[in-house]
Design a protein around this ligand. Structure first.
Ligand SMILES: Nc1ncnc2c1ncn2[C@@H]1O[C@H](COP(=O)(O)OP(=O)(O)OP(=O)(O)O)[C@@H](O)[C@H]1O
Length: 306
């Protein structure tokens, strides 16, 4: 049986005759954190709004646990928890009171479930404080707790780390990973920041101009990225280049006062030892950029790396 919780089938959106989403086809599985990565304006929010039924589809469909969002909206979206726009919170009420208040609108939420979601997002210690005293990160976590109350199979978070400081980002990342691992929830997170996605996701789909241009597992991508571009300053340079050519598979290029080539990190000490043993003076070795970053830059441009 397929593990797919959500399937996008040729999903399209045209607004005022302009194609915004041009036919997306992919699946999200239970227990995985799926990163939806793309520069600003690529179409992430538009896609997410269609996934949760907040925006109509021009063509195609989204299937959630076998139910079509287009034809069987209620059954499909009952499995979804989402924070797409800022979650509604009452700042003068405590976190717990906010959850209780919200749970009255959601059928079947027990007191035990409320306590469970508080623990899941790590708000036990502050849940009786007023929301107005919360940091942005805590508010985000309360938002996630609220979205989890009805035990969704899929959680959709649009740019969940927007506006958070580094410690807030680390926290959210940890809770998102925990949700996928402990609750088996499929989590979709959108972002325009590659490094963040690498740390949080199992798979990353890259969207540009409304089209999916790459989808791959982060482990695979990192393995491919083991090779690094290295820049080396050494004298005499021509002799250094000859020696490097003997040991390195790819090209060794001269770039101003340095030689550049691509190797794994583990190869670097051996290369330097060899140069030194042949009486070459090495002045500097700099790892310039991983090939994974290169690939993303090629795909979506400088905005992807921060
Ligand atoms: N109601 C609308 N009318 C016209 N164009 C729209 C509308 N909504 C979105 N767009 C356009 O669709 C494209 C995709 O926008 P979308 O907000 O989905 O991108 P995004 O990837 O989420 O970017 P961001 O990270 O900036 O939110 C943009 O070019 C945007 O200008």
């Amino acid at each position: 049986m397929s593990k797919a919780v959500m399937q996008l089938k040729n999903l399209k959106k045209t607004i005022k005759n302009k194609p915004i989403i041009k036919g997306l086809d992919f699946e999200i599985n239970s227990g995985e954190v799926f990163g939806f990565l793309g520069p600003n304006g690529a179409g992430k929010t538009t896609t997410i709004r269609m996934m949760v039924g907040l925006m109509s589809m021009t063509d195609g469909d989204v299937i959630i646990k076998g139910h079509s969002v287009k034809n069987d909206y209620k059954k499909a979206v009952q499995h979804v928890g989402g924070i797409v726009e800022n979650p509604e919170m009452y700042p003068f009420m405590s976190g717990r009171k906010n959850l209780i208040h919200y749970s009255r609108m959601v059928p079947g939420v027990t007191k035990e479930r409320i306590e469970e979601v508080i623990k899941l997002v790590g708000l036990e210690k502050r849940v009786n404080d007023k929301v107005s005293k919360y940091s942005l990160g805590m508010r985000q976590r309360l938002g996630i707790a609220q979205a989890l109350l009805h035990k969704p199979s899929i959680l959709i978070l649009d740019e969940p780390t927007n506006g958070l400081d580094p410690s807030g980002i680390r926290e959210i990342r940890a809770y998102i990973r925990r949700l996928a691992a402990e609750e088996g929830v499929a989590v979709i997170v959108s972002s325009h920041i590659l490094s963040e996605m690498e740390m949080m996701c199992d798979r990353i789909g890259i969207i540009k101009n409304g089209e999916l241009i790459s989808i791959q597992s982060v482990n695979d991508a990192l393995q491919q990225s083991e090779k690094k571009e290295v820049s080396l300053e050494a004298e005499p340079m021509a002799e250094a280049q000859t020696i490097l050519n003997e040991v390195i598979e790819g090209d060794v290029q001269q770039n101003k006062d340095a030689l550049t080539f691509t190797v794994t990190r583990e190869e670097i000490p051996g290369i330097i030892a060899r140069l030194v043993s042949r009486e070459i003076d090495v002045y500097s070795v700099t790892v310039t950029r991983s090939t994974l970053e290169d690939k993303f830059l090629d795909l979506i441009g400088e905005g992807a790396i921060e």
